[in-house]
Design a protein around this ligand. Structure first.
Ligand code: 5GP
Length: 141
């Protein structure tokens, strides 16, 4: 998916749809999730209209990376949480519902917050070697 269809987040960015904004700069906008998994569940989105993380410009990516830890600290301080997940979904198969780049900051309070399934396999040496080669080569391209 290279070209990004307008989503509900465009309307939030333009102010057409209201949101509980907590932060904004030239590249980044953050607001409370309307369907929180826990109190303080916050969405951090790019102003750049791209569906998935790998499509984001370096400038937008750097801006999000710069502010994300600060937003996490603020959510922790505001909620009293000491544990949290940062979640970033790409593609419907990976549970992305809104196709505009966003990070979730989700405080964890006991069982409240993000539930994670982690069906780990064992990494075989032959697979690792092949993948290492392929990823390094892809990084050069
Ligand atoms: P995704 O599954 O795409 O990673 O998550 C999208 C998130 O956007 C969901 O957690 C959902 O609750 C949130 N969301 C969807 N529509 C709205 C909206 O209109 N306002 C706000 N604040 N959050 C929304």
């Amino acid at each position: 998916m290279s070209d990004h269809q307008p989503t509900i987040f465009d309307k939030i960015l333009s102010g057409e749809i209201p949101s509980w904004k907590v932060y904004e700069d030239d590249h980044v906008f953050a607001f409370l999730d309307i369907g929180p998994l826990s109190d303080g569940h916050t969405l951090v989105i790019s102003k750049e209209r791209k569906a998935q993380l790998h499509q984001l410009s370096d400038e937008s990516a750097a801006a999000i990376g710069r502010v994300l830890p600060r937003l996490c600290r603020a959510v922790l301080r505001a909620t009293g949480a000491t544990a949290y997940n940062v979640l970033q979904n790409n593609g419907a198969e990976a549970h992305q519902a809104v196709h505009h780049v966003h990070f979730h900051i989700i405080p964890k309070f006991g069982s409240e917050g993000l539930g994670v399934g982690w069906p780990a396999k064992r990494l075989a040496d032959s697979t690792a070697r092949e993948l290492q080669e392929k990823i390094k080569k892809a990084l050069e391209g």
